[in-house]
Design a protein around this ligand. Structure first.
Ligand SMILES: C[S@@+](CC[C@H](N)C(=O)[O-])C[C@H]1O[C@@H](n2cnc3c(N)ncnc32)[C@H](O)[C@@H]1O
Length: 239
């Protein structure tokens, strides 16, 4: 374990990485560039603020790693496996088209994977209840499905080429309210991920049909989980 890793930090993998990165400044290797005291102080202030706001201290592109924010099961957080996050991000890019806008509603792993794959060359935002995702700056939009249309003004109606959503609960109320948000945001295309038991209700509310592709999570879930679309999708092809 690197120097400067306190007991308090050992619980979070991301913090531990940052502590290791910080170690480089006083490494025994003189060839490693040193940061000035002023830059180090500014960096420390940035980490402190970020950690205070989100409980995290991650740097650079690492913040887009799927799973960098640990699951909180109280918030019904079950992250996709890296393969599924990749498949869904690739599908979102294909469905949105060149220069298309994508909204990820309660689907942070897809947002992260899109950013990891395409950097700033893609227009994407994340609507999420968990404020730890505020590390993504203006692309994070606080969202509570209980208030489906309580959205900032800049999220104008029908301004996204694709909306991908993974509602937190397998209940009619949650799906109905999330569907209101989806219908408000999308120009037409919808990719919904939820339980197989929601198939009929999803078809009624959003006109989506179940895909052949079976999404996987980092943990095995007790409920059968599926993807649904309302357009010709790559998720229906060979697995
Ligand atoms: C089943 S998880 C879907 C995550 C997805 N599998 C992924 O890997 O990105 C449900 C998501 O809904 C979010 N959530 C929890 N409570 C919410 C609420 N009241 N309104 C909107 N989203 C909520 C959770 O933070 C979580 O990201």
């Amino acid at each position: 374990m690197g120097r400067g890793v306190s007991e308090e930090h050992m619980g979070t993998r991301s913090c531990w990485r940052v502590e290791r990165a910080c170690d480089m400044s006083d490494s025994e290797d003189d060839n490693i560039p040193q940061l000035s005291a002023h830059t180090l102080a500014a960096l420390q202030e940035f980490y402190d603020e970020q950690k205070q706001q989100t409980g995290l201290c991650v740097v650079g592109e690492e913040k887009y790693n799927v799973g960098v924010i640990e699951e909180n099961w109280q918030l019904s957080q079950f992250w996709y496996s890296p393969e599924t996050a990749l498949r869904l991000a690739e599908e979102a890019i294909a469905a949105a088209g060149k220069g298309g806008r994508i909204a990820c509603v309660s689907a942070p792993s897809v947002y992260q994977k899109l950013r990891e794959l395409r950097g700033n060359s893609i227009s994407v935002c994340l609507l999420e209840y968990d404020r730890r995702f505020a590390i993504y700056g203006e692309e994070f939009i606080f969202y509570d499905y209980h208030h489906p249309l309580d959205l900032p003004d800049h999220l104008t109606a029908h301004s996204f080429d694709l909306v991908i959503a993974d509602p937190p609960y397998l209940s009619s109320e949650c799906l109905q309210k999330t569907a209101e948000t989806i219908k408000h945001l999308t120009q037409g295309r919808v990719l919904l991920c939820t339980g197989a038991v929601m198939e009929e209700e999803a078809a009624r509310l959003l006109g989506v049909r179940m895909c052949k592709f079976i999404p996987k999570h980092s943990w095995t879930l007790a409920n059968e989980f599926r993807c649904y679309v309302n357009y010709d999708s790559g998720l229906d092809g060979d697995m």
